[in-house]
Design a protein around this ligand. Structure first.
Ligand code: HEC
Length: 185
C-alpha cells in the first residue's frame, strides 16, 4: 500500500477542487488513510489480489464522488431539481449491466429519501453502524477461492449546502455510503 502516493493524490485533488469538493476529498482521503492502516504489511504481501481490489474501490470512489459533487455544483441549484444521485444510480446500473462491479447508494440516517435505499443485507446494516460510529471506510471479504468478493462501504456525508438542504441535515452530517461489491481477482 503506497501511503505516500495516496497523500499526493489527495493533495493534488484538494488543490484543484473548490472548497465544497475539498471536504468530500478529505473524507475519501480519510478512507484511504484508514484502509492503508487496516492493511498491515503482512496482509499486503500475502494477498496482492485483495489489495488490488481495494485500490480499485478507491479509484471508483474518487470517480463517482467527484462526479456527483461536480454535477450538483453545476446543475443543482434548488430543491425542486433532480438530484445528481439519480445520475449516480444510472451509472451504477450501467456498470453492473456491463458485468463490472455492483455499487449502490445506501442510507445511514434511518430515514432515507428513497425507501429502497435503506440498508438491506447484513453487510449494509453493519456498514451503516460503522459509518454512524465515525468510520469513513468499512469492508469485508466474502466467499472463497475463485468466488471471493470484496464488500466495501465508503462514507457519503452532506458535503455541500445543496445536499444538506434537500436531506434536511447540516453540512458534514452522515447521509449514507456507497456500497461496492467487487470480485477479488
Ligand atoms: C435536489 C435534492 C437533492 C440534492 C441536492 C441531493 N440529494 Fe441526495 N437524494 C435526494 C433524493 C430525492 C434521494 C432519493 C433518490 C431515490 O429515490 O433513490 C436521495 C438519495 C440520497 C442518498 C441515499 C439515501 C436516501 O436518503 O435515500 C444519499 C446517501 C444521498 N442522497 C446523498 C446526497 C449527497 C452527498 C448530496 C450532495 C452532493 C445529495 N444527496 C444531494 C435528493 C437530493
Amino acid at each position: 500500500m503506497n501511503i505516500k502516493k495516496n497523500d499526493q493524490a489527495v493533495r493534488r485533488h484538494a488543490a484543484r477542487l473548490a472548497a465544497a469538493t475539498a471536504l468530500l476529498v478529505a473524507a475519501s482521503g480519510a478512507s484511504l488513510a484508514l484502509s492503508a492502516r487496516g492493511a498491515a504489511p503482512a496482509v499486503t504481501e500475502a494477498d496482492p489480489a485483495l489489495e488490488r481490489t481495494r485500490e480499485q474501490v478507491k479509484m471508483l470512489d474518487d470517480l463517482y464522488k467527484n462526479a456527483v459533487v461536480s454535477i450538483t455544483k453545476r446543475y443543482v441549484g434548488a430543491q425542486d431539481k433532480q438530484p445528481a444521485i439519480m445520475v449516480a444510480q444510472d451509472v451504477f446500473g450501467a456498470m453492473k449491466k456491463q458485468g463490472w462491479h455492483s455499487a449502490k447508494l445506501v442510507d445511514a440516517t434511518g430515514d432515507p429519501l428513497g425507501p429502497d435505499n435503506a440498508p438491506q443485507t447484513d453487510f449494509e446494516k453493519d456498514a451503516a453502524r460503522a459509518m454512524n460510529a465515525g468510520k469513513p471506510y468499512f469492508d469485508r471479504v466474502v466467499g472463497e477461492g475463485e468466488d471471493r468478493r470484496l464488500l466495501a462501504a465508503t462514507l457519503v456525508p452532506a458535503v455541500m449546502q445543496q445536499c444538506a438542504d434537500c436531506h434536511g441535515k447540516k453540512v458534514g452530517d452522515v447521509l449514507g455510503f456507497i456500497r461496492y461489491d467487487l470480485k477479488v481477482k
